[in-house]
Design a protein around this ligand. Structure first.
Ligand code: SAH
Length: 371
């Protein structure tokens, strides 16, 4: 493995995405609308079209005067994400969308329909600076942060696909959002928080999806977790731990060189104390690397008195990787050991593997299709 390089700041030379209605607070939106010479109440109409009807094309808005439609499209609703292609599997119940952004950068989102819920997994950055060696996105490095509106647009597109009945089984409601696509959400804090507010704010100013249905997954940027705690939101926090010992974590999740496991868990405990929400520990099981019985014991001891739940993810090997998923018997033993400590544990399903839509795979297509 090469020396980890940790990138916190995005490369400066990139042109910012055009600003968009969804980048602003409801108050700011009203001010923006008035700056265009339109009455402030038009902001509510725009919100209703965008967040309730998932309609981002003002040309189709019959409650809007023609001149105002063009003004709004050009100034407040510039198209930010363009669909390049969709790939489906699981009889259409899993769909991966590849999006091109204004500067040609590509990102992906994955929509998954289950009997009782429909979840979208979204990207918060193009690439990622965290450099975890088992993750495809980590290998590509960070291209840039996404704007709040670019992240929100992935969710609105997913909500629209559900609403229009694009997935088998007929129209449904987008119920869950997970920040588990490309990028480290807490390294793009402001845009991610604006997005969370767009999700949880009741209609018409937001999508009106409950905070409890939103999961934010992080490598463990301690100051950002502490900041998030102060927001006192009911969103679910997931920590990508992947091993209970600092020695191995220093290489699996290189940000561990800066914030150790103890500090990350203390920050997560603070989050649970403040919000009352159990957090989850993500653990990609890698054969003979982090799946030994002694590590399960260590993890059990570490978590037994914490308000945490373990989500085991069978490793999805990235192209060219020497690592692979654990043997089934080792996975079972790992689960049993944790259960013996009374630690709640589940094994994540592996939706979307055959379309490179599974955990950590979202950049693979991007790299191979980059011009
Ligand atoms: N940067 C955030 C979100 C990334 S992806 C984070 O690290 O939490 C969401 C989860 O998928 C993380 O737990 C990540 O470690 C995991 N993951 C990445 N690559 C994977 C792979 N190849 N197989 C299984 N899980 C993987």
């Amino acid at each position: 493995m090469s020396e980890p390089t940790l990138v916190f700041e995005e490369p400066k030379q990139r042109k910012k995405p055009p600003s968009h209605f969804a980048d602003f607070t409801p108050e700011e939106r009203r001010a923006k609308v008035e700056e265009l010479g339109l009455p402030g109440y038009r902001a509510n109409q725009i919100s209703t079209h965008y967040f309730t009807h998932y309609d981002d094309d003002p040309e189709s808005w019959s409650d809007f005067p023609a001149a105002a439609r063009t003004l709004v499209r050009e100034n407040l609703l510039p198209p930010l994400i363009t669909l390049v292609r969709s790939i489906t599997c699981d009889e259409g119940m899993t769909r991966k969308d590849l999006w091109r952004l204004h500067d040609g950068v590509l990102v992906e989102s994955v929509l998954m329909r289950y009997p009782e819920r429909t979840t979208v997994c979204i990207s918060s950055q193009a690439g990622c600076g965290m450099n975890c060696p088992f993750c495809a996105t980590g290998q590509a490095g960070l291209t840039r942060n996404l704007s709040a509106a670019e992240i929100t647009a992935q969710i609105v597109a997913a909500a629209r696909a559900c609403d229009r009945g694009e997935l088998p089984g007929g129209p449904t409601r987008l119920s869950n959002i997970v920040f588990m696509g490309m990028g480290e959400p807490l390294a793009n804090y402001n845009a991610v928080l604006r997005t969370v507010r767009n999700i949880i704010t009741p209609q018409p100013d937001g999508l009106g999806i409950g905070a409890r249905s939103v999961t934010l997954s992080t490598v463990g940027l301690v100051p950002a977790i502490e900041k998030l705690t102060e927001e006192n939101l009911q969103i679910k926090l997931a920590i990508s731990l992947h091993t209970p010992d600092d020695e191995l974590r220093d290489s699996l999740v290189p940000i561990n060189l800066r914030w150790k496991i103890k500090e990350v868990l203390a920050a997560a405990d603070g989050y649970a104390d403040k919000t009352g929400r159990r957090y989850s520990i993500e653990y990609a099981l890698i054969r003979d690397i982090n799946d030994q019985k002694w590590r399960a014991d260590l993890l059990g001891r570490l978590l037994k008195n914490r308000n945490a739940h373990v989500n085991l993810i069978p490793l999805n090997p990235t192209p060219g990787s020497k690592w692979t998923a654990s043997r089934k018997e080792d996975e079972r033993a790992f689960v049993e050991t944790l259960e013996n400590y009374g630690v709640p544990v589940t094994v994540r399903d592996t939706r979307g593997r055959e379309i490179e839509g599974a955990c950590g795979q979202l950049a693979a297509l991007e790299i191979s299709s980059r011009p």
